[in-house]
Write a protein of this length. Structure first.
Length: 154
């Protein structure tokens, strides 16, 4: 994001990578695959890199409101400083926290889960799937951590 700002440019989206997408060896593959798709279809995106901190979700769920607000305010200051409007994240926990809990602290953004973002690219014809490939006629599922459907009707 800092590179875009240095050029006076703005990306189409900010990709919020999150802890799992950054550090979990299995989940890093989701991050890498999503980035490959964004690059392949020409979506101009940025990440915060080392400026991205924990959303504070684990702290709030554990009852540490002070730590949540501290972490959230740090992120909001960075996001607002860059003028971020749209955030896409692959993490359901980050999605829920950024979308539903940052507003009360001054962090108002359009937050989209990457599954929604990819579906919109498919619906718009930006991503074309060749006749379903090996998935044609098969049912597919993805893990819902309760924060997609249960809390956000996604």
């Amino acid at each position: 994001m800092a590179e875009f700002a240095a050029k006076g440019e703005s990306p189409d989206i900010l990709f919020w990578v999150g802890c799992a997408g950054s550090f979990d060896d299995r989940y890093k593959r989701v991050t890498q695959a999503f980035v490959k798709i964004l690059n392949a279809v020409g979506i101009k995106f940025a990440v915060l890199g080392t400026e991205e901190g924990c959303t504070g979700d684990p702290a709030r769920r554990a009852g540490n409101e002070f730590l949540f607000q501290m972490q959230a305010m740090n992120n909001i200051q960075v996001l607002n400083g860059y003028g971020v409007k749209k955030i896409v994240t692959a993490c359901p926990h980050c999605f829920n926290t950024l979308r539903n809990e940052y507003g009360e602290l001054g962090g108002n953004y359009e937050v989209v889960h990457h599954s929604q973002f990819l579906q919109q690219l498919i619906d718009d014809g930006v991503i074309k799937i060749k006749e379903g490939g090996s998935f044609q006629g098969r049912k597919m599922t993805y893990h819902d951590s309760c924060f997609l459907w249960g809390a956000n009707n996604v």
